[in-house]
Design a protein. Structure first.
Length: 546
């Protein structure tokens, strides 16, 4: 019923049955050779994993310590005595995913597959015999169903999920193929197949996403789903004709990674409280700004989920219009915009307003018509959340007035403007204390106006390890710039005051820039100073530093 977490329950069972509890979060919790003593299928069936082997005794972590059939199965498989420990089901599942499908093993599988292709010539070698443009549809389908092609696509998708990649780029070059994963916002080169396999790989992906395999002159978009690690993954596919063939980009949407808890997003305590108070207002306009890929949609989903929970799931009618709908959330009515058939944001918004909504989420304010309808909805008693493409929060005011929105209407409807970025987290496996060079310390001091925000500073840096791909970073956390529309700010907007004057007034009320927020994250060791400056510096701050 959700009253306790699976970890709390596992700890209770361990204490009750006087069996050790294990977290399974550290590599020292495992002996890699012991894990392979039982097959993956058995481990998943009984929700257990072998952690160590000493002499004729194996230690297993299991979710149900009373499952005698599981213990017997391990005893028969290993021919060893079994010592039990208890772990949470989620920790066991994560450990199975990690140790049975480790990235280096996937890399090895890919290398073996491609070596076989190069040596035997089966599949890939045959493709050289045909010019890509002269292949018929049936021949393309036949090549795309070749075992090596299917294996390569499956292993690539599996590895992308394992390494938390958000995108896969498959790019044809003159004599080769480049396969790159976007991990934590950075592109990393991966194992690539021979150029002869490219057309078959592209056809396989187009078949999966229901695209026209005969059309290679025009861009196409599609999607498909696949199951891996007991998770269902959504994939958005985009093809783009280039001079050497179609570039394929796959956007990986893992629902398990969607964060709907605002506390886990990276809000500082004060910012979280301000945002939460704004979300319970009955009407008004909340806008998030930032570039593509900065996490705006995730923050909006978390905000809608918070509203839903505060109103006990059913007290509010929440409707969204998005392009596209990336994740489905229960008890929220989500509309997929389709401009090609006339269902634009503006057209969808007009229909939504006739559906008796309480809260409306608009994927993006792209034009004057959409902006005007959002303002009208906020004026008529609805809470409207949306996004806008500007570099910071305060610029949204001038962007909306440039669209043709009257300043007095903005002043009366705006509740909150927020900008956000994603900065990479320091890898927890290899983080260590670090002292920045003097020039960086001086720049930090200038940025925080000599106040030395959040002292004592705990500068951290990852030295690089296998878990983070030797980058020193693992995962990302959001940083926010929060511009609260106070009575003074409303007056300045109505008076059409210059942005410099509005910014000065906001600073007197405690406004904190994106860079200052990122440096706060660096201060507590969540990210590095270099990451904060590279992601969140504005042009004026860069010029000032120089």
């Amino acid at each position: 019923m959700g009253f306790v977490s699976d970890t709390e329950l596992a700890k209770f069972l361990a204490k009750y049955f006087e069996i050790p509890f294990v977290e399974l979060s550290r590599e020292t919790d495992f002996d890699p050779t012991a894990v392979e003593l039982i097959p993956e299928a058995l481990a998943r069936r009984y929700s257990l994993i072998v952690t160590h082997k000493e002499g004729n005794t194996v230690t297993i972590a299991m979710a149900d310590p009373l499952d005698v059939r599981a213990v017997d199965a391990v005893r028969l498989e290993t021919r060893c005595r079994v010592r039990k420990t208890v772990a949470s089901p989620s920790a066991i599942q994560s450990a199975i995913d990690r140790h049975y499908h480790a990235p280096d093993r996937l890399e090895e599988s890919l290398d073996k597959l491609l070596d076989v292709e190069r040596v035997t010539g089966t599949g890939a070698q045959r493709m050289v015999e045909f010019e890509a443009n002269s292949l018929g549809i049936e021949q393309l389908k036949l090549q795309a169903s070749d075992a090596p092609v299917v294996q390569f696509v499956n292993l690539t998708l599996m590895r992308a999920v394992q390494e938390r990649a958000s995108d896969i780029h498959i790019e044809p070059e003159e004599n080769s193929i480049s396969v790159r994963f976007r991990i934590d916002g950075q592109l990393r080169e991966m194992t690539s197949p021979p150029k002869a396999m490219f057309q078959a790989v592209a056809t396989r992906l187009k078949l999966l996403s229901n695209l026209d395999i005969a059309e290679r002159r025009l861009p196409q978009d599609g999607h498909f789903k696949f199951q891996v690690f007991d998770k269902q993954i959504d994939v958005r596919v985009s093809s783009l004709p280039t001079i050497y063939g179609e570039k394929i980009v796959l956007r990986i949407l893992d629902r398990a990674n969607l964060i709907l808890n605002m506390e886990a997003l990276g809000f500082e305590p004060l910012m979280h409280e301000v945002f939460r108070r704004t979300l319970i207002l009955p009407h008004g306009l909340i806008i998030l700004t930032g570039p593509t890929g900065s996490g705006k949609t995730t923050t909006l989903y978390a905000a809608l989920n918070t509203i839903k929970l505060l109103n006990k799931n059913t007290a509010k009618n929440i409707v969204t219009i998005e392009d596209p709908v990336e994740y489905q959330i229960t008890k929220i009515n989500q509309v997929h915009a389709k401009p090609e058939i006339g269902l634009t944001f503006a057209a969808g918004l007009r229909s939504i307003l006739r559906q008796d909504p309480d809260i409306i989420m608009v994927g993006e304010i792209r034009d004057q018509e959409t902006a005007e309808i959002c303002i009208r909805a906020a004026l008529t008693g609805h809470l409207v959340l949306s996004t806008l493409h500007t570099n910071d929060s305060i610029s949204a005011v001038s962007r909306l007035t440039d669209m043709g929105i009257e300043p007095y209407l903005l002043a009366s409807t705006l509740n909150l403007l927020m900008a956000q970025r994603l900065v990479r987290r320091v890898c927890p496996k290899c983080s260590e204390a670090w002292t920045p060079p003097q020039n960086i310390l001086e720049r930090v001091t200038r940025t925080v106006n000599g106040k030395g925000a959040l002292k004592p500073w705990k500068f951290q840096k990852g030295r690089g390890c296998i878990h983070c791909g030797h980058s020193g970073y693992s995962g990302r956390v959001a940083v926010y710039e929060q511009f609260v529309i106070s009575d003074l700010i409303r007056q300045l907007i109505t008076e059409k005051a210059p942005m410099s004057r509005i910014l000065e007034a906001a600073r007197k009320e405690g406004f904190q820039s994106l860079l200052q927020s990122a440096l706060n994250k660096a201060a507590d060791g969540s990210t590095t100073v270099e990451e904060a400056f590279s992601i969140c510096s504005t042009q004026s701050e860069v010029l000032q530093a120089e």
